[in-house]
Write a protein that binds this ligand. Structure first.
Ligand SMILES: C[S@@+](CC[C@H](N)C(=O)[O-])C[C@H]1O[C@@H](n2cnc3c(N)ncnc32)[C@H](O)[C@@H]1O
Length: 223
């Protein structure tokens, strides 16, 4: 069965009409979209401790390295920052400003001690976010597939990063989720040029893909 699913995912990645057809038959189930209370419960009961594992740190190291490459002195918005694994790995002098937002008050409270004049953690929903600030880099690290309307969220976030880049990571986490993730990558790629990217495959088989996109009109996008 798994072999069949993998074959199907391989074909669907090269054949968007097939994938879109499958997505119509198999729309994302409700449990793909935890609400704020559920995220908070899961953080409170240690359900996301594994995000601090060595594998996750390796993954976050790559994202931190991309942050340095695309903005050594950047203003960074980390959307769905969780308990700050990425922030841990950003060099202390590696950013001009860092704002981490997350739906979970528990995760954000745990980060409060790290706040300073250029480091802020806020409880906020990226799908309804209203911020005045502007950023050079927006990181969406394992969060986009939890948005009900990922492209609407991305459009909203684009207003906050008029001249910079998006660093986006998503995992391959099962048949239905991967179909949806393939579609999200396709939609993002149709709206912004991809500048760079890489995939990591852990010994456990889990795969993470990181891609960098330049906001249209920015100097990044014109290179
Ligand atoms: C899988 S965790 C990833 C956390 C962190 N980026 C990391 O990789 O360690 C997804 C995070 O996204 C947050 N999240 C989900 N939907 C969100 C939304 N609409 N706005 C802000 N954060 C959200 C969750 O609370 C959770 O902390």
């Amino acid at each position: 069965m798994q072999v069949l699913k993998n074959a199907c995912l391989g074909i669907s990645s090269r054949c968007p009409p097939l994938r879109n057809g499958l997505l119509r038959i198999l729309p994302p189930p409700e449990h793909f979209f935890p609400d704020e209370a559920q995220w908070d419960r899961e953080y409170a009961t240690g359900g996301w401790e594994w995000l601090k594992s060595d594998d996750e740190r390796v993954h976050n190291y790559h994202i931190a390295a991309y942050c340095t490459r695309y903005g050594p002195d950047a203003a960074i918005l980390d959307v769905g920052c969780g308990e700050g694994v990425l922030h841990d790995l950003l060099a202390r002098d590696g950013y001009r400003e860092y704002v981490g937002i997350d739906l979970s008050p528990t995760a954000i409270e745990r980060m409060a001690w790290r706040s300073d004049s250029r480091t802020h953690f806020l409880v906020a929903n990226a799908e309804t976010l209203a911020l005045e600030a502007q950023f050079d880099i927006v990181v969406l690290n394992e969060v986009m597939y939890y948005f009900r309307d990922p492209m609407a969220a991305l459009t909203r976030l684009r207003a906050l990063v008029p001249a910079g880049v998006f660093i986006i990571s998503m995992a391959d986490v099962g048949f239905r989720a991967t179909l949806r993730i393939q579609r999200i990558w396709q939609d993002i790629g149709a709206s912004m040029p991809m500048l760079d990217g890489m995939s990591l495959r852990y010994a456990t088989g889990l795969q993470r893909t990181i891609r960098i996109f330049g906001v249209p009109g920015s100097t990044w996008a014109m290179r």
